[in-house]
Each structure stands twice: as C-alpha cells, then as structure tokens.
Design a binder for this molecule. Structure first.
Ligand code: ADP
Ligand code: MG
Ligand code: MG
Length: 902
C-alpha cells in the first residue's frame, strides 16, 4: 500500500533539521533554535511544527492530515533521546509549547510551560529532582495556571488571587516562602478554578495537554491583540505562527538554578558590553512578568562563574555568527547552562547606526551591509529634537508613538480652545479620547496631539503624520473627560491649562514641561559638529554610513525650496539642486495688492502695469535662490493654484462690504473685489482653473514669470555665478498646452538670454493621469518630466487629500484597503503604474529625458526604492527629508544578501 501513498507533507522539523534561514516555515524562534542546535550550543532538544500546519489549521479549522502522526513520531524520538516519556509517573518528560512567528511579536502570542505534568507525574518529577517536592508542585501549579489562562481562557486574575491568598495566609510577599504543602494546596485551588470556568477537570492525559496547547498557539495568531499588533507593525496577516515543542529545563530547582535574558550590546545606545537581567531560582516567565526583582547579569559571575564564562563565550559566538546584536534567553539548571532563544535583537534608531558602524570596525560586516542595517525611518527619528530626560522626569503614561517629535504645551480638550490659545501665542497639546474630522482646526493649532484611544492608524495618527505634527495615540491609562475639561492618569488630575509633554517617538507622556534638546544628527548635517573630531559614536556612524550611501546611490537628491534660506539649509543637508521651487508665495504678503489689481484689471493696460510691478519682485526672489544653489539645477514651477486663493475669503469680504456700506463709506473697490471673488468661485478648485489653464487664460502671467526667471539667471551669471534654471509647467494634460506655453517662453528666453551663455530648460509636471498616459507625445515638447505625486495620487484615486485624510482613511487602513496612506508612500500598483508608463514612453520618445519626482513621496523610504527601480534621475523632497532620501537611495542601489532592517 505504501507505494500508493501520496508523498506526505512535512509539517514537523526536528531542531537538527532546520536553520536560521527557514523563518518563513519555522518562525523566528524555531529557525534560531535550530541554528543554535547546529552550532553545537546547549539547546534542550525539541521540534518545530511549521507555519504551514498553522495556516492549514486556521483555514480549515482542523489539524491537517498527517500532522498528528508526525507529532507522535517526533515526540517518540524525543522521548528516546531524553530517556523519558511524556507523563511517565516515575520519570516524566516535560515540554514547553511555544509560539514563534516569522517576525517577533513580543508578548502577543502564547507559551505553555511544564506540559506533561499531572497528579501522578508530579511525584515522578519530585523524584527526578532528588525528592524536591516544592519544585514539583510549583511546576505543576504553573502548568495549571498557564494552561488555564492561555488554552482555556480562564481569567488569569483568579489564579493570581488564589496565590495572593495563600501568601497572605502565610504572612509573606515572596513566592519562595511557600513550601511544598502550600503549593500542593494551591494546585487544588487552581484545579477548582479551572473546573469552575471550563466545566471540566484539568486534563490529566499528557498527549491531550500537548494537542490542546498546540491548538491554542495556532489560535493565538488570530487573537485580537496579535491582529492589532500586526496591523500596526505592517506584518502580513497570513503568515501564521510555528509551534516549538521544547524539552523543559528548570531554573527553579534551587539557588544554583536560575533564568535570564541578555543582549550582546546595549540595545538603547549600541554601546558594547553585557546587558542583561538574571533571576535565581525561577522559571523564565518570572523574569518578564517582573514577579521578583532581577539582578544585573554581571552578578552571575559571583553566583556561578563557570556558567557566566560559558554564557559570555556563547554570546560572542552568536554575534560573530549572526554578525549582529543578538538577544537571548537562557536558563541554568543546577549549574548547567541552557540556551532557550536567540534572535537578532531590536534596537533604537541610534543604536542601529552605532552598531552598524562598530560591526564594520570589527570586520564582521562591510559598509554595504552596514547601509542595509539602518533605514531612513530611523534616520528621520534621529533628526527630531528630543526631550532631555533625567531622573526628574518619569512618564505618567505610555501610548503609541504615532507621529514623531517632542512637544510640550498647555492641555486643551476642544478644537476651539486650541485655536483660541494658539492665537494668543500659547503652545497647546490637544487631548481627546479620539479625534474626528471636527478637530482638524484644533490639530492644526496644537503643538501636539494626545489621545487615549486608537492606534497608529487612528484618525489622530493618520492626520498628525500627514501634518508632520507630534502625536501620541492610545495612551489608555488616561481617563479623558472632555465636558469636565480634565483627564486623570493614575493619581494625577490634569486640568485644562496644565502643561504636559509628549514624545511622539516613544509614545511617552510626561507631566510638566520637559526641556527639549536639539538633535545632534541635525547639528552634524548643519555642519556644526565635525565627525572627524567629535567624540560621539552616533555622529561618527551616521557620517560614515551617509558617505557610503552617497557613493553608492544612482538617484540624485534635490529639495523642494521656495526661499533662499530653505535652499541654503537643504544644500547643507546634501541637496543637489531644487526639484520644486513654488512661486505661489511670491504673490502673497504685500504683493497681494498687485494680484488684486491683476485680477480686477479692466483693460490690457492695467493688467500689464500690475504684471510689470510684479516682475522685479519675482526676479529678486529668483536671484536669491539661484545664488544659494549656485552651479546646481533649480526647477521653478510656474504659478499653480487658482488665483482666487490670493483674494480674501468670500464671507469676510461680504461682511466688510456690508459694514462699510452701513457706515456710508466708499466701497467701490471692495465691491469689485467681491464680485470677482463671486465670479471666480469654484465648486472643485482642485479640478478648476489652475496651473497651465490659468497661464493660458490670463495673458502675460506666465510670460512675466518666465522673464523674471531668465533675467535672474542672466544677472547671476553676470556676477560670475552659475544659474541652471528649469522652467516647469504645472498641470499639463495635453501636449498642446505645453507647446503653447513653450512657444511664448522660448521667444522671451531668447530675447533675455542673448549671448550670456545661460541655458534654460523647459519641462512639465506629470500630475494629471492623462499626461502620464500621453507622455510619449508630451515628451516631444518637454526636456524634463517631474512627477507631481500628490496630485497624481489625488487624481489617480479621485479624492482630494484635504477632504479624505480625516474622513475615511482610518477606515480604509482598518479594512486593509490601504496598507499605508497613499499620500505617505506611493501606491506602486496604481499611481506607480502611471509613473512607469510615463517614464518608459517619455524616454522612448526622447532619449535622455530627465525624470524626477517632487512631492513628499520623494522623501519616503519605500517610495524612494520604487523611484530608483523605475529609473528616475532624481527625487526632490523637503529639506529635512533630504538626508533620508540620500540614505534610502543608497540602500536602493545596493543589493545584498544580508538581512533587511525592518
Ligand atoms: P516569548 O516569545 O513570549 O518570550 P517563550 O516561548 O520564549 O515566549 O517562553 C516564555 C518563557 O519561558 C521564556 O522566558 C522562556 O525562556 C521560557 N521557556 C520556554 N521554553 C522553556 C523550556 N523548554 N525550558 C525552560 N524555560 C522555557
Ligand atoms: Mg522568549
Ligand atoms: Mg500639483
């Protein structure tokens, strides 16, 4: 018959069969237990049930065929190896059943220790331990507690209450004062709790315990908190978890036993050294649960020098093997060291850079790999000012770091109050249970936003990130009472007007004002700190890695800057030109009056006068910018927004006119303005008279701007500088639009430039879907394309950012329609496809066509990788994002086999 059996799917791997690269199948914990086993490190024997078995179970609701038999076979061979049988009353084998997904999800899923104990084998366990009854009953009560809680959903507090009760009766706070009889009594109490909640006795059959525990681990993949965590960390929902069945080793056998956790370097700062905690006479969970106070790992040297030295040797070995910071869990059983877990450890952004630099120094990795060990999100974090924290400041609550930064201010509970106080020059923190679209004005006015509900994708979080505003969401220790204008946290009551400080990176909330200190990474980029001389491991590491990224990258990085000051700063941050200089602001302030004259002009003369008055002002602006960007290209976008944006708002104007009329004042001018505003009112300004359309409708407007640009360039060149202007026409959808603008612009440029040697390129934004789809035609009239990814996203999706971000994005994120807001990271499938088409067809029509992107996507790490892959020449982003884009462009250009930093 065997010949006809289909090849059976392999669902169970012995530790000796796996390795660290099998994380998809064995989960991180299982793959690394296998790796350590194969390195010859002391790992208690065991096996791993694959994520595939989990996925099959979760889709069908039952264990896949063959799984039970494979578990049986592996269990038998484990029993043979250990010379003990699961549940044997005289000499039992005990195992732990541990979850372990591909990406670590700390504390999210379940583990059950001491599986295999029952009323009979507890005696055998005591014999094994040389008649240590106390230990055996302690282990048994732990099993009932963990099994009850995680497998059968018995409320954990009930067990804790029973334990407290016994301790109280005994007059102690310490578990260790409970003797064997106490613990035997506790087991009885636990069994009653179990029976009360489950309607059945605690299962005595070890194999049933094992199977139920495995099932519970599978199920824990879909536990609510795990689902939320994955959504927040952007971990795919369909990976499933593996289950590890591991022979138990015991840290609770007496003072010569214990358990601990350690890092091979400081995960906070990256500094070398031993960082860990040790707890004598305890099982692993006690360390994490904080039941008793741990001691620094260094003290193990006094307690058990042999194990300590062996542990240090293993940690060095692991670092060398993984070529990275590792964290570990270990247990010492009567002087024998056992390794229970390792993985490449999580670390802060600063530590990521410092460690990558150190590993290069130590010859463990090269600079390419170092570049992959850090990422732009980490660099961006390091560029925010930080709170200067000493012991005085203890957080009162911790929520989710939803939008980075450090903000202090007076607490307000309503949008209106936020606006009011901000207008008085106060800095305010808007505190809400959760924000909604009505809070928008308050959010704009506030320095930071603090909510007691919601995660990284809540309304508050999404909108705050969009605005670049500090936000802590989901600080659920806060009881927010908006009508009473106060919140409570612990014993504190915080009233409107009291000052709080929030850290949008760590999610921590402080009472009072915490002093803020500047980022040393920004100081370095500003040229204020010299990486060669300064004794700052972080700055040196950042410098080294950035230098390598610059050498590696193919993408150029430009900046979006409208003023000389912005241009200068961006240049210090490494910008290689300006990819987007908006000209809108040049129509604001005291120049508004000229714009009004332009709009109200009754004849050609008046209009020309207004334009002539604007010309020198614009020219001066451009001269300043060209000077700052001397020698580097500057893309100037002709005026884009609808002109009525420069006029006063309708309501205000109407009121002014009415009031003035009442007083009998002369209101002819205001009336004309009001009429113009009414005439120009648009239902959908986003899709209205703006961009190139405006240029084609208002005679002389674009011409004036082109002249100002060309004259500014000539002036700079006459002064011995080098100006490289690129004129960019916004919102083009058809080549004819561009051709019309181009014909006039070329005439003016030729006239102004003469023999000065100035060269002016003319190109267009690609931001209307039709432009992307007819890019081959448009390229005939364009020397460059710059993708305006904001508008392309808005028009590609058919929604306007201002209207939708607060209205429904949270829901789309919740439903998984968006993995991330398409305004944060480019939608590669849809909007990205338009970019691909335009890039390909544009270059086919005009080889050498320059391609870039402007808009905040240019500084988004994932988007930068996409733009690299599509073959753009440059990205352009706000000055602060320039270093992030440089780093990510370098990372995109380098392919390594090494681990990607998540
Ligand atoms: P988590 O992923 O939450 O850390 P683990 O599966 O690592 O969960 O287990 C929880 C605790 O139990 C850890 O401290 C671990 O070291 C300990 N532990 C797990 N398996 C064993 C075992 N076979 N023997 C002794 N301790 C164990
Ligand atoms: Mg663990
Ligand atoms: Mg646009």
């Amino acid at each position: 018959m065997a010949a006809h059996d289909p090849v059976e799917h392999k669902y169970v791997y012995d530790f000796a069969e796996g390795n660290k690269d099998l994380k998809d199948l064995l989960g991180g914990k299982g793959a690394n237990l296998a790796e350590m086993t194969n390195l010859g490190l002391p790992v208690p024997p065991g096996f791993t049930i694959t994520t595939e078995a989990c996925k099959a179970y979760l889709t069908t609701g039952r264990e896949p065929d063959g799984l039970a038999a494979q578990i049986e076979a592996h269990l038998e061979s484990l029993e043979r190896e250990m010379g003990r049988r699961l549940g044997d009353p005289d000499d039992p084998l005990l195992v732990s059943v541990r979850s372990g997904a591909k990406f670590s999800m700390p504390g999210m899923m379940e583990t059950v220790l001491n599986v295999g104990l029952n009323d009979r084998s507890v005696v055998g366990l005591s014999n094994q331990a040389g008649g240590n009854d106390r230990f055996a009953w302690d282990s048994y009560r732990r099993l009932i507690q963990m099994f009850g809680k995680t497998v059968c959903e018995v409320p954990g507090e009930e067990f804790e209450h029973a334990l407290d009760e016994i301790k109280r009766a005994k007059g102690t706070h310490n578990d260790l004062d409970l003797d064997a009889d106490d613990l035997r009594g506790l087991v009885d109490a636990y069994k009653q709790i179990f029976a009360k909640h489950t309607g059945r006795e605690f299962p005595q059959e070890p194999r049933e315990q094992l199977d139920l525990a495995i099932r519970a681990v599978f199920d824990s993949w879909n536990a609510e908190r795990a689902v939320l965590y994955r959504r927040q960390e952007r971990i795919p929902a369909d990976l499933g978890t593996a289950v590890n069945v591991v022979t138990m080793v015991f840290g609770n056998l007496g003072p010569d036993s214990g358990t601990g956790v350690a890092f091979t370097r400081d995960p906070g700062s990256g500094a070398q050294g031993i960082y860990g905690d040790y707890l004598a006479n305890a099982q692993g969970e006690d360390v994490v649960a904080g039941i008793r106070n741990t001691v620094p790992l260094q003290e193990l040297e006094q307690l058990d020098k042999t194990s300590y030295d062996q542990l240090l040797g293993i940690m060095a070995r692991l670092e060398e093997h993984y070529k990275d910071l590792c964290d570990i869990e270990f247990t010492i059983e009567r002087g024998k060291l056992w390794m229970l877990q390792t993985r490449v450890g999580k670390r802060t952004a600063a530590a990521a850079f410092v460690i990558a630099g150190q590993l290069v120094d130590e010859g463990l990795i090269d600079l390419d790999e170092a570049l992959h060990r850090v990422n732009g999100a980490q660099l961006a974090q390091l560029m925010f000012p930080r709170f200067q924290l000493d012991h005085e400041f203890e957080p009162v609550a911790k929520g989710i770091g939803a939008s980075p930064g450090a903000a202090s201010g007076k607490v307000v509970f309503t949008s209106a109050r936020a606006v009011e106080l901000a207008a008085e020059g106060e800095s305010v923190i808007l505190v809400r249970r959760e924000t909604n679209p009505d809070d928008l004005n308050g959010m704009i006015a506030a320095q930071g936003i603090l909510t007691s509900r919601g995660g990284k994708t809540s309304h508050a979080a999404v909108v705050a990130r969009g605005m670049g505003k500090t936000c802590v969401s989901g600080a659920d220790e806060l009881e927010v009472n908006v009508p009473a204008k106060k919140f409570t946290v612990g014993d504190h009551v915080v009233n409107e007007g009291d000052v709080v400080s929030i850290d949008g990176t760590t999610g921590k909330v402080y009472l009072g004002e915490v002093p803020v200190m500047p980022s040393e990474v920004v100081q370095y980029f500003e040229g204020e700190l010299d990486p060669e001389t300064i004794d700052d491991a972080l700055v040196r590491a950042v410098h080294r890695i950035m230098t390598h990224a610059d050498a590696a990258r193919r993408l150029r990085v430009r900046t979006n800057a409208d003023t000389g000051a912005d241009a200068a700063r961006a240049r210090r941050f490494g910008a290689e030109g300006i990819g987007l200089c908006r000209t809108e602001h040049m129509f604001l302030g005291d120049r508004r009056e000229l714009v009004e004259r332009l709009i109200l002009a009754s004849g050609e003369r008046e209009r020309e006068d207004a334009l002539a008055a604007l010309l020198p002002l614009q020219r001066a602006d451009f001269i300043e910018i060209f000077r700052e960007m001397d020698g580097l290209p500057v893309t100037v976008r002709l005026i884009d927004p609808p002109l009525h944006e420069f006029l006063p708002p309708l309501e205000q104007l109407a009121v002014n006119v009415a009031v003035a009329q009442e007083r009998g004042e002369d209101v002819a001018k205001e009336e004309a303005l009001l009429a113009a505003v009414r005439r120009m009112h648009e239902e959908n300004p986003m899709l209205g008279l703006r961009g190139v359309r405006l240029g084609l409708v208002i005679p002389g407007l674009f011409a004036m701007q082109v002249r100002a640009i060309a004259e500014a360039a000539v002036a700079v060149v006459r002064d011995g500088g080098t100006a490289c202007p690129e004129i960019m026409v916004p919102l083009v959808g058809a080549v004819q639009e561009l051709e019309t603008v181009r014909a006039e612009a070329e005439r003016i440029i030729a006239e102004v430039v003469g023999d000065s040697g100035v060269e002016v390129l003319i190109g267009t934004m690609i931001e209307v879907p039709r432009a992307a789809l007819t890019a081959g035609q448009i390229a005939e009239a364009a020397e460059f394309f710059s993708f305006g990814t904001n508008d392309l996203t808005q028009m590609g999706w058919g929604f306007s950012r201002d209207d939708v971000e607060g209205a429904f994005f949270w829901r789309y994120l919740e439903l998984g329609i968006f993995g991330i807001s398409p305004f944060e990271s480019i939608d590669t499938d849809g909007v990205g496809r338009l970019i691909r088409i335009a890039a390909e067809e544009g270059r086919a029509a005009r080889p050498g066509l320059k391609l870039g992107v402007c808009g905040e996507h240019g500084g988004d790490p994932d988007s930068v990788h996409f733009f690299h892959e599509v073959g753009l020449d440059y990205v352009s982003c706000s000055p602060f994002r320039v270093p992030v884009a440089r780093l990510e462009a370098g990372r995109a250009a380098i392919t390594t086999t090494g681990s990607d930093s998540r």
